[in-house]
Design a protein around this ligand. Structure first.
Ligand SMILES: N[C@@H](CCC(=O)N[C@@H](CS)C(=O)NCC(=O)O)C(=O)O
Length: 263
């Protein structure tokens, strides 16, 4: 290897590597954040439906076997909120509003991030899993789990509206511009695009302020928001087609492959 080739190789080795599946909501939040902030990175595509996240190679990056994860030089990190905080602090040029230096604003944003994992996410993810996604992953649908998840999802949306979106700003905890918490939670809610429109309207419809906040977050992060969500919209079309065809809840392996190929 020449000296020049060696340097290029070293630079490639040091480049931030981001392990994601764009059908995963925390993965999308990381990708949008990186793109909006012009941070250079390499996207390593993982396909959860093909169980790539469980491979021994990936478990060296994230022993928990989940996406997203990053490798920055010799430093590996998993958990999307920890990754967002790291990226916001490690890369120069990230605007302050994403993770404010002000201790009190930062503490409030951490508070929303912690709340997200045990509330909104615990409602949204199992709801979508148990209404549409399970068969694609080779699992049975569970209507009772879906009903319980919907209760937590709806109460979380009410709390976002009555607590986190109170204040004069358009964004969470009174922000005038979005923070990593806005991005993380809006990406979480976006997975509802996969469910039947009447179900989505029943759940989101009563929360006008939440709907406006979703639009504001999209607008603040365009065009990257739309580009990163393209795969979700393709999956949405596929699920809509299946519903129109009146497909049964049972999905055989050829259906699974077809859904995957459209994703
Ligand atoms: N708390 C984690 C959640 C990560 C997570 O749930 N990842 C999902 C995709 S959205 C995953 O990898 N699922 C595969 C599995 O758990 O086997 C984060 O925020 O990064």
């Amino acid at each position: 290897m020449t000296k020049n080739e060696e340097k290029i190789h070293q630079k490639e080795e040091m480049k931030l590597k981001v392990y994601v599946d764009r059908l995963s909501q925390p993965s999308r939040a990381i990708l949008i954040f990186l793109k909006v902030n012009g941070i250079e990175f390499e996207e390593i595509k993982m396909d959860i439906s093909k169980r790539q996240h469980l491979s021994p190679e990936f478990k060296k990056i994230n022993p928990m076997g989940q996406v997203p994860a990053i490798a920055d030089g010799r430093f590996n990190l998993f958990e999307s909120h920890a990754i967002l905080v790291y990226l916001a602090c490690a890369f120069p040029g990230v605007a302050d509003h994403w993770y404010p230096a002000d201790l009190f604003r930062r503490a409030k944003i951490n508070s929303v991030l912690d709340w997200h994992h045990s509330n909104l996410r615990r409602g949204a993810a199992p709801y979508v899993l148990n209404t549409v996604l399970a068969p694609v992953l080779g699992l049975p649908l569970n209507p009772q789990a879906a009903a319980e998840a919907e209760k937590l999802l709806s109460s979380s949306l009410s709390k976002i509206e009555s607590i986190w979106l109170q204040g004069n700003g358009k964004f969470l905890v009174g922000g005038l511009k979005p923070s990593i918490a806005d991005l993380s939670m809006v990406c979480e809610i976006m997975q509802l695009e996969l469910v039947d429109e009447k179900d989505r309207n029943r759940i989101l419809g009563p929360h006008k302020r939440v709907l406006q906040w979703i639009e504001d977050t999209k607008n603040a992060t365009r065009p990257h928001f739309d580009e990163v969500h393209e795969v979700l919209f393709r999956a949405k079309t596929r699920f809509q087609e299946r519903r129109l065809m009146g497909a049964s809840n049972k999905t055989d392996s050829s259906d699974r492959a077809a859904v995957r190929s459209k994703m």
